[in-house]
Design a protein around this ligand. Structure first.
Ligand code: LLP
Length: 433
């Protein structure tokens, strides 16, 4: 096992994913290549679904936050596993629709839904809008009235929590483009407006405090602040909040320095706190929604590259250049995210070489990691970066006119392409001059 139990080394000394030889996969499908282990995604979905029902009650629903990894097949898989989904754009909604995902189990997020998005979502029959702000509330209400429907909504609330994570991925702080802060009174104002608004069924409230969080305390704080707010709404408005969406954010093990998270037990701990807080605050236990993205898909994925060069800059450092980089994984460039890398065709050798892993873009910041412990590779070797299932393909770009890699899913000894590799023809498809 390397970091996660679906990653291992075979007799040939090659890295395997779900029992399949990654060097063979790279040969067959080309590189760069995203590879996902389907069983791992399904197992994570079941862990969330079973634990949510067991600890929060039968009506609890985990949503897959599909910004983490979005393509038609993943929505089919989420549907089969009984998940709801969180979509944040017309594009994600369209993909979910193409996959035949049940619209009533879609939660439509985002801090700036355009009129077109709102209409498209209503045309699809999206079950719940998570309304971010007063302008959006008015727009959703106007569309609902025009259509003669009642749109079920949650309101996005900002509890004002610092979950001790990277500054750029904190979204629960008061000074945020997302949601309505409780401390400033804005949250109560929008609740009152939503209760009064025509064509709106205010089902509940939502918060999301951040991402890659390993401690339970920030979730406890969020639960406390949100249930107290529910009690305030009950007191001030004589109105009962029926649904509480606690967002996503549980962390994932990227390197051996990260600890493993027991997701079911984390859900149990959060449920005990929510139940106790409801009793304490004199409110009925709401239906609870969870919204994980990263922890459902990150571990399932790896990225395979071909090594182009190994350059030793005397007195400084060693550079390994691969045939991908920030266009397929911008997370080191954006957040200095730490990854584990190994040479897939020498996976049983000691990782006793230190190197900076460089991409192929014309930009010095195009790195996948620095000071990485890895086997010393040679040109032509297959290099694997592990735990790339979340926020890699979904954040990929065509910078430097690099086509996006294919996505291959493996399951029980079979591999299948679930997203085709882009071609140069795809790159010029929309150029009209
Ligand atoms: N719900 C909402 C409203 C969110 O904004 C997010 C993530 C999630 C759920 C899922 O959170 P997760 O379980 O994945 O932590 N691109 C960054 C991550 C941005 C997260 C944005 N929101 C990265 O690569 O680390």
């Amino acid at each position: 096992m390397i970091i996660h139990d679906h990653l291992d080394i075979n007799e040939a000394g090659h890295l395997t994913i779900g029992g399949m030889d990654t060097v063979e996969l790279a040969k067959k499908h080309g590189t760069p290549l995203y590879v996902l282990d389907e069983n791992v995604i399904r197992r994570q979905c079941r862990t969330y679904r079973d634990a949510a029902r067991k600890y929060f009650g039968e009506d609890a629903l985990p949503l897959y936050a599909s910004k983490a990894l979005c393509f038609t097949g993943i929505y089919k898989l989420a549907a089969q596993e009984g998940m709801g989904i969180d979509c944040v754009s017309g594009g994600e909604l369209y993909t979910a629709k193409r996959a035949g995902f049940p619209a009533e189990r879609i939660y439509f997020h985002g801090n700036n839904k355009t009129d077109r998005d709102i209409c498209d979502a209503m045309d699809m029959g999206v079950g719940t809008f998570v309304v971010d702000n007063e302008d959006e509330l008015a727009a959703v209400s106007a569309q609902a009235v025009r259509r003669g429907i009642t749109q079920r909504i949650l309101l996005r609330i900002t509890p004002g929590i610092d979950p001790h994570t990277h500054r750029a991925i904190i979204t629960g702080n008061v000074d945020s483009k997302f949601g309505n802060a409780i401390v400033t009174g804005q949250a109560m104002d929008i609740v009152k407006k939503a209760i009064e608004a025509n064509g709106i069924d205010l089902a509940g409230i939502h918060c999301h405090i951040g991402s890659q969080i390993f401690d339970i305390e920030p979730f406890e704080d969020a639960a406390r602040i949100m249930t107290e707010f529910m009690a305030d709404i009950k007191k001030e408005c004589c109105f009962e909040i029926r649904e509480l969406n606690l967002g996503g954010g549980l962390g994932v093990r990227y390197t051996e320095y990260d600890r493993e998270i027991d997701y079911a037990d984390s859900i149990r701990q959060i449920s005990e706190i929510v139940k106790a807080l409801c009793v304490k605050n004199g409110i009925a236990m709401p239906r609870v929604i969870l919204e994980p993205g990263r922890s459902l898909v990150a571990a399932s994925g790896i990225t395979l590259y071909t090594v182009g060069s190994v350059k030793e800059v005397k007195g400084f450092r060693n550079y390994i250049s691969v045939d991908g980089g920030m266009p397929d994984n911008p997370r080191y460039a954006l957040y200095q995210s730490q990854y584990t890398a190994l040479v897939a065709n020498r996976a049983s050798d000691a990782r006793d070489y230190r190197a900076t892993l460089a991409g192929r873009c014309c930009e010095s910041g195009d790195l996948l990691g620095e000071n990485m412990e890895i086997q010393r590779p040679e040109r032509g070797d297959t290099l694997a970066v592990l735990v790339t299932g979340a926020y890699n393909y979904s954040m990929a770009s065509n910078y430097n006119r690099l086509p996006r890699p294919a996505v291959v899913m493996v399951k029980d000894g079979e591999d299948r392409v679930v997203v085709k590799r882009e071609t140069y023809e795809d790159l010029v498809r929309n150029d009209v001059l």
